[in-house]
Design a binder for this molecule. Structure first.
Ligand code: FAD
Length: 382
């Protein structure tokens, strides 16, 4: 699709404005893409807009460190306006509530709608909540991050006495360990539907269970919490524990509007893409957790790797050049923060993170995370 100069800025139509390129969400992939466009000196077509529910992009790798009290709030997020200004992109602070891909139309929570010629979606995923909740405990989804942080700040003045983290992946482990640093007297537990860290293999699971036991965090594996009634968490009929707050760090679920968009989605409601990160509609690209592609997992690491391919392919789509293919890596490095500055590591079958190696791995994780933040921030200091 080639956008000519005449096409690049369209006059507003009768009911909504029209844009040559709409970027929905400021996830990891879009952040990398914006940086690469700045580095390459490429300006997207005039009238390009970034829709973001917040004015900052939060970096998930640093979130557990923030909760553990190791980082200041402003070191964990990147302001979007300076990046947009460098590229001549308009930042629109709103949330996408619906997409009609046949009408090339995005609806926003402020009642507005936008028409696009090219759309790129990087709005991530959300955790899953138990089916039955009677309102007897506070429920805190780990995402969106701004709401999560807001509640965590409130807890600093009034901490619940018993908190359960739901989820069996890296995020659940890290959040449990981070909370222990901040709230030493709180009763903490973690419940997951299968083995802890199932996708990372048994060696990392064993190590993580040892860390959780030392931190006095009770672990319930093979316990899918499907109800919380009268402050009691239930796995099926089985009462697990009395709690007064529940943190949702469960596996990613799709935002509801993905499957209502007329784009082809998988059985879980994520948008199917080809190797060029293109959806069933060639005018819509999708990256990060929102995308469904064999071999590409839902994690920040994979989303960051989508960034360069997306940066190339949106440019190519604008100018009619050949698209690049994304090749998912077979192994990804995982560094799991232990809350106290340490980390566990897994790469394929290789696992490290005993008492001696964890502090060094933690320093390495901090270095990688802070390098990511520095790379994206420096560009905004003109
Ligand atoms: C606590 C925690 C720690 C984690 N740590 C790691 C880690 O160390 N390493 C790792 O690889 N993965 C980690 N993850 C997983 C990681 O966060 C996600 O896989 C990753 O963020 C997905 O990136 P994304 O690019 O799809 O979108 P995200 O980074 O999730 O960003 C989506 C963006 O879109 C915005 N948005 C959402 N909905 C809308 C809407 N409707 N309209 C407009 N904007 C919208 C959001 O506000 C957000 O800015 C962690 C997750 C959690 C919860």
């Amino acid at each position: 699709m080639i956008l000519s100069d005449a096409e690049s800025v369209q006059p507003p139509d009768a009911v909504g404005r029209s844009y040559p390129v709409v970027l929905a969400g400021a996830g990891h992939a879009h952040l990398v893409m914006l940086r690469l466009w700045i580095e390459a000196g490429w300006q997207p077509p005039a009238g390009t807009v970034l829709i973001s529910s917040g004015s900052k992009a939060w970096y998930s790798g640093m979130m557990p460190g923030l909760i553990a009290g190791r980082f200041e709030l402003n070191t964990c997020a990147i302001a979007l306006l300076p990046l947009c200004q460098r590229l001549g992109i308009t930042l629109l602070q709103a949330s996408v509530t619906a997409l009609d891909s046949q009408q090339q139309r995005v609806e926003l929570d402020n009642g507005e709608h936008l028409h696009y010629q090219l759309l790129s979606i990087n709005t991530g995923s959300q955790p899953v909540a138990p089916a039955q909740l009677d309102g007897s405990v506070s429920i805190l989804p780990a995402k969106p991050f701004p709401e999560f942080i807001h509640q965590w700040q409130h807890w600093q003045t009034q901490m619940p006495s018993s908190v359960m983290v739901l989820g069996g992946g890296a995020a659940a482990f890290e959040l449990g360990m981070a909370l222990r640093q901040q709230f030493p007297a709180c009763e903490l537990s973690l419940a997951c539907s299968g083995d802890l860290l199932q996708s990372h293999g048994p060696a990392l699971r064993t190590l993580a269970l040892q860390w959780l036991a030392r931190a006095d965090i009770a672990v319930y594996e093979h316990s899918r919490v499907d109800a919380v009634m009268h402050q009691q968490a239930f796995a099926g009929e089985l009462p697990l524990r009395r709690i007064d707050a529940l943190i949702l760090a469960t596996g990613a679920s799709a935002l509801p509007w993905y499957s209502r968009s007329a784009l082809t989605c998988d059985s879980q409601g994520f948008i199917k893409v080809d190797r060029c990160l293109r959806s069933s509609d060639a005018r819509v690209f999708v990256a990060g957790d929102a995308a469904s592609l064999a071999g590409s997992l839902r994690s920040g690491v994979y989303s960051v790797r989508h960034g360069p391919v997306l940066a190339h392919n949106l440019r190519a789509a604008v100018s009619g050049h050949t698209l690049l293919e994304y090749k998912p890596q077979s192994n990804a490095l995982a560094l799991l923060a232990t809350g106290n500055g340490g980390a566990l590591m897994s790469y394929g079958r290789f696992v490290l993170g005993g008492q001696l190696s964890a502090p060094l791995l933690g320093r390495w994780k901090d270095y990688l995370d802070q390098s990511f933040m520095r790379r994206h921030r420096l560009l905004t200091q003109v």
